[in-house]
Design a protein. Sequence first.
Length: 538
Amino acid sequence: MFLLLLKTASKYHAGLSPKSLSYKVTRFIPFLCHGSVKIYFFLVVLSWQGLIKGQDTLLYQKITIVDTTISVNQAFQLISEHTGLNFSFNPDIIDLSKNIRLDEENESLYSVLNEVLRDPSLEYRLIGRQIVIYRPVVVKRYKQDPSQKGDSVTILEIRGRVLDIHNKKPVPFANICLVGRSIGTVANLQGIFLLKINAHHLNDSLGISCMGYQQLILPVIDFVAAEQDYYLKPDFIPIQEVIIRQTNPISLLTSAIEKIPENYPLDPALLTSFYREIVTKNSRVVAVSEAILQTYKTEYNLPVSGDQIKIIKGRKTINAGNSDTIILKLKAGLNTTLLLDVAKNLPDFFMTQNFEAYAYRMTDMMISDQNEFYVIRFSPRENYQEALYSGRIFLELKNLAIAAVEFEVDPERMTEASHMFVLKKPRYLRVKPQKASYRVEFRRMEGLYYLNLIRCETVFRIRHKKQLFASVYSTILEMAVTEVETDTVERFRYKETVRSQEIFMEQIADFQDSYWGEYNFIKPEEPLKEAILRLGND
């Protein structure tokens, strides 16, 4: 649980979207050009002899195109007709109407494409019978010591939005991951995501999933073609099955706790993640702090006190305003990401000695990543004032792994919980907590569950004793794990580790743009993006 320091300052992806193009031409029609009636005929000669086996080697098959002038669009159609290969690309990076002059005799298809596009920043890959044209982002990969030179790495940026197929509303916090790999990200509140992957993953598949929806799996090339919407179909278990399969929830929770050593790693892991803190006053953003983190996670039979955090790079922007503006700072915000690993640091509603203080009941069964999950709701019992939380627990049906937990301080217990949030404050301030909610998710990889997402939101009413009206402050903390490494993981050196129990924003530099390079991050929602730009200009 984090504490606050108050201080006064001086299609369901149905085919390609309209933005993407794929050519599969069965015939070619001569065309009129340049205002005069001139009919051009083209000769394409394909030489199949001497081709080396393999996908990308087909790009070096020989082609002859007689001296002619055509548009890029028509050149693609011509090549597609005579090679049987399709094109997939984002039209935003190619001017299809541009006229080009071609005179290629027994040249490789790769060379012909270079002449057609005349853009050295574009790259081509042949996947199946499809030529994928894309513009990668080349970034420098630095070693641990930033002063050392690193190698360049070619990165693909995959962008899109995840929506509910029925109501067309965003699906927040959907997981977007390379299937069978540990690389991924999560969508923001608007369902928008940006995933950066190494170009050698073009042959892989990408999965989009969220609790309560059918998983969507598509080839990476379908995502590379263009930024587009992807639709998830809600999925649920019929109520009759829920009734038949009901089990005592306390029995399920007891078994889930006993099975933690089976369902979570008993070897160290290195988690790379994106972390963000946001502070707002009366719905206006006044501070944003962000970082790429690496977390050394000890085995799940060891306490969180052994876990370590290292900041790879971070930035902040803040508008303190005038001298009596109150700045809320998350104390131990980074430490919160350790404490909220609910499978390693059990909250009180997971402790067997506290089961009698909460009321647990089975409510639904849900599906995610093609697995079924029990949904258990809990809330404080009336006569137990020490029980503060209410929420939902998601347990995988087959192995009873804790897959996700959503909980909040019960609104009726907020007064009793106020000591948990306010560490210290000036005497002239009146502080009243209004809301405290938490979301924790795990992702299954190779049969084990790893931490995937943490999100906390708190709301306070704060009033100066001489003021008539109070101000409403809110804080949001979010962390998304973007990569997990399990091979040859070693503890950080002491000087590399961050002071996780101190104020995060005081440990990073001021705001810089174009900052994250090859690292994945949670795309800011439009209002937050505008606020970051505004704060950067203040």
